[in-house]
Design a protein around this ligand. Structure first.
Ligand code: SF4
Length: 379
């Protein structure tokens, strides 16, 4: 099979992995480019084209939702490590990609598959002197020795947990072991990373909506993992039914649910929210019609409005429309004098049309005329 055809097959198979340099990766391959090139957003908002590809779409496992599950009748292909390394370099030299995200189905056993993935990255780094971003997926059950080799090569490592608990994992991946296989591997990867290695850190990914898990469970697991294992972040991949799988008639998860989970995860990771501060509905799901920060603020009439001239940083960043940067500017500006106008707040980077319903300025409250009726604050 020609490399172009392999790339088309193995790039398409990788599209459900959303691990990328940062924030939300587009899951559709870029049109007009060779298969497997996807765009991700970097932490500073730049669009970064990545070659996102599987080393092989053959797999011994039969996960119920997966397009490459072993019992599905599809064309299979594998790259040789040298082939994949060469192709990556050619695409980079043509200016089409700025990095590689490499995963694989499990061919035979995890360690031998992982050895071939690592060999591809070793060729890239040592033979071709490839210095761009590499994200390497660690397969469950990979040995400590292989993990250590991977940690010396990649900018980011990840282990997919798929579901927030063992019971839920069994409903989508009955062949996988949550505690020893997935969580155990994630923990061993954390222990193997030496200070200064793997600059973009360690991540994991959940499938959203395949295992009847709730958002409350996903948020709690995310908070626990980010705290205990110092994960750089958690990714969410919404469930999309694949024809000819046992879950082909299971409804697709709406993109809005995935989006709300990313917003909630951002509040935990970057704003220091606790899971208990977030609002869930009677079914333990995040409201789809309201962003989680606004929902959390509207649920706290005892806490709001906060006085801009006195509030501490942690209080300021709980105000809708105030982020970490504008909170720091507010704190710095207060050393020069009182902040008494919405105009001054706007100059500090605050989104005043959101924030004004939750703050006072020197004791004065300036809500929008159409402020939500929940805003019955005692001043
Ligand atoms: S291990 Fe499961 S999810 Fe991963 S490629 Fe194989 S069948 Fe798919």
């Amino acid at each position: 099979m020609e490399n172009e055809e392999k790339l088309r097959l193995l790039g398409a198979s990788a599209r459900f992995d959303v691990s990328a340099p940062s924030t939300i990766a587009a899951q559709d391959a870029l049109s007009g480019r060779p298969g497997g090139i996807y765009e991700a957003l970097s932490a500073d908002g730049r669009r970064v084209p990545l070659l996102k590809v599987l080393l092989s779409n053959a797999c011994k496992n039969d996960c119920l939702y997966c397009a490459t599950r072993c019992s599905r009748n599809i064309p299979r292909a594998s790259f040789q490590p040298q082939e994949l390394a060469r192709l990556t370099v050619e695409l980079a030299e043509a200016g089409l990609i700025k990095g590689l995200f490499l995963s694989s189905g499990i061919v035979g056993d995890s360690d031998s598959t992982m050895a071939r993935m690592i060999e591809a990255v070793e060729i890239l780094r040592h033979q071709y002197h490839f210095r761009d971003y590499v994200h390497l997926k660690i397969l469950p059950g990979t040995s400590d020795a292989a993990i250590a080799r991977a940690a010396g090569l990649a900018d980011r490592l990840s282990v997919n947990l798929e579901a927030p608990s063992s019971t839920q994992l069994q409903t989508i991946c009955p062949g996988k072991n949550f505690r020893r296989g997935l969580l155990g591997t994630l923990r061993r990867v954390r222990q193997a990373i030496e200070p200064g290695q793997v600059r973009a850190g360690l991540t994991t990914q959940f499938v959203v909506g395949g295992a009847e898990e709730t958002d409350r469970e996903l948020v709690a697991a995310t908070a626990r993992l980010e705290a205990e294992l110092a994960l750089s972040r958690v990714y969410f991949s919404r469930f999309q039914p694949v024809p000819d799988t046992p879950l082909e008639n299971h409804p697709a998860t709406p993109p809005a649910r995935e989006h709300r989970l990313y917003q909630a995860e951002f509040l935990l990771r970057s704003y220091g929210f606790e899971p208990g501060e977030l609002v869930f509905d009677d079914n333990d799901m995040l409201p789809l019609d309201q962003d989680p920060k606004l929902a959390a603020a509207l649920a706290r009439p005892d806490f709001f409005p906060v006085e801009i001239n006195r509030a501490e940083r942690w209080e300021l960043i709980r105000v809708p429309g105030i982020g970490p940067t504008s909170a720091e500017r507010i704190v710095a500006a207060r050393t020069e004098g009182k902040i008494t106008s919405l105009r001054h707040l706007a100059m500090l980077g605050v989104l005043t049309e959101r924030a004004r319903n939750f703050v006072t300025l020197n004791g004065h409250f300036y809500p929008t005329p159409a402020a939500p009726r929940q805003l019955a604050f005692e001043l």
